[in-house]
Design a binder for this molecule. Sequence first.
Ligand code: ADP
Ligand code: MG
Length: 498
Amino acid sequence: MQGEIVVQMNNITMEFPGVRALDNVSFETRKGEVHVLLGENGAGKSTLMKILTGVYKQTDGKIFLKGQPYEIKSIKDAEEKGISMIFQELNLVPFLSVAENIFLGREPRIGIQIDWKKVNRDAQTLLDNLGVKINGKTIVKNLTIAQQQMVEISKALSYNPDVIVMDEPTSSLTEREIQELFKTIRDLKNKGVCIVYISHRMEELLEIGDRVTVLRDGQYVGTVNVKETSIDGLIQMMVGRTLNEKFPKECAPVGAKSLEVRNLNQGKRLKNVSFHVNKGEVVGFAGLMGAGRTELMRAIFGADPVDSGEIFVNGEKVTIKSPKDAIKNRIGFLTEDRKHQGLVLKLDVKQNITLSNLEKITKNTAISFSEEKELCDQLVKDLNIKTPALHQKVKFLSGGNQQKVVLAKWIATQSDILIIDEPTRGIDVGAKVEIYKLMNELTKQGATVIMVSSELPEVLGMSDRIYIMHEGKITGELTRQEATQEKVLHFATGGNKK
Ligand code: ADP
Ligand code: MG
């Protein structure tokens, strides 16, 4: 990479209360490159770039822009100096138009009047130059996420930037939208703009990146040319060890039936579903999107009513009409949508862990407050939850740590049967392995884990047994030994038992 150095960040340290987010990190970008900033959740990527773009002021370290000392007072100041950031959480004003958003706070004026014609015209030019089909007069809330991103990019381009930082830009885009974004990135690069691309997805960076800088736990690991590296090499840089065991499965002794479902029906969504799970087992549920796996789990957990069917827990017939009934029968449910259903983001770690215990605690029958704190401390330690304190709000934790808090919550309620929907979605490599090890631990203690997963390697890697669903029915069952990708897909697409 031969272009001149645009940004140079030297020995940056950033301390938040209780967390050293960055420890002596250095980073440089060159003209016309896509520089990927790679690292697990919580590695410090966003923080480093938020320092560059004026959101935070570093505790220590120096920054240079094109060789000159660079001091920024605000996001706006950074934009005016040629550095813009497209944030993970997009920052547009939803009820204003696209054009208004692009020129917000710096509208061209005639005298004291805003020159709306020019606002609209200039915005449209920016959008057209970017090659996106968006009308500048559209109200932002009517745009898709991908379109909003394009508006943010147009806004960034209106400052004629040297550097555009994109923070995990593809996390909510479809495959087609991703390809469009990549095309835009390539165009920008050809115009000499430097793109800092934050990601933890390997395939993406191989496709779009020129150089990669890896951060781990707030520290600088190294910078490599994408052409001279491999996925394995990068993973090793990210997690600090080789992942010879991506799926550290340990089979536990299998005990008696813990849960049995007979002939469950729910409208057109679940048709005569019967299955069972045993103590000590991880049972995977595979299937294509919409096969009914989440619906089945919600029904078992009492979150949605069923038309007919029977459920047995430890051999006894039970009635589950609400999640409360399920919890009483020691069934726990980690939803796939942990941000909306599993966690209360504005509450802290302790409150989240004890949430479903609330009844016990308020009645003060089972656990006292000091015991509660002790329990939480123990779980944070056992599950290796990285949080500065029990009173840290969970919204500040990384995805992997949030998932562990949800797990801790269900372990605290002493669930014997844990249903986990997409256990590792949105979680980085290292935290995935930790979640798998927790599953080993739980089954070793005699619990049952029911795992719904769309990641076939995960299903094959971690399940003792696999049920496959298609259009609301169970179409196949495979043991760990029998299961292959082909067989699972055969059942998942509706193939019948041979
Ligand atoms: P990444 O973007 O690589 O996932 P972040 O830069 O968001 O990582 O976070 C790095 C560390 O700093 C994490 O431990 C995170 O919890 C912490 N952190 C980030 N922002 C704040 C903040 N505003 N206050 C306190 N801690 C923070
Ligand atoms: Mg981030």
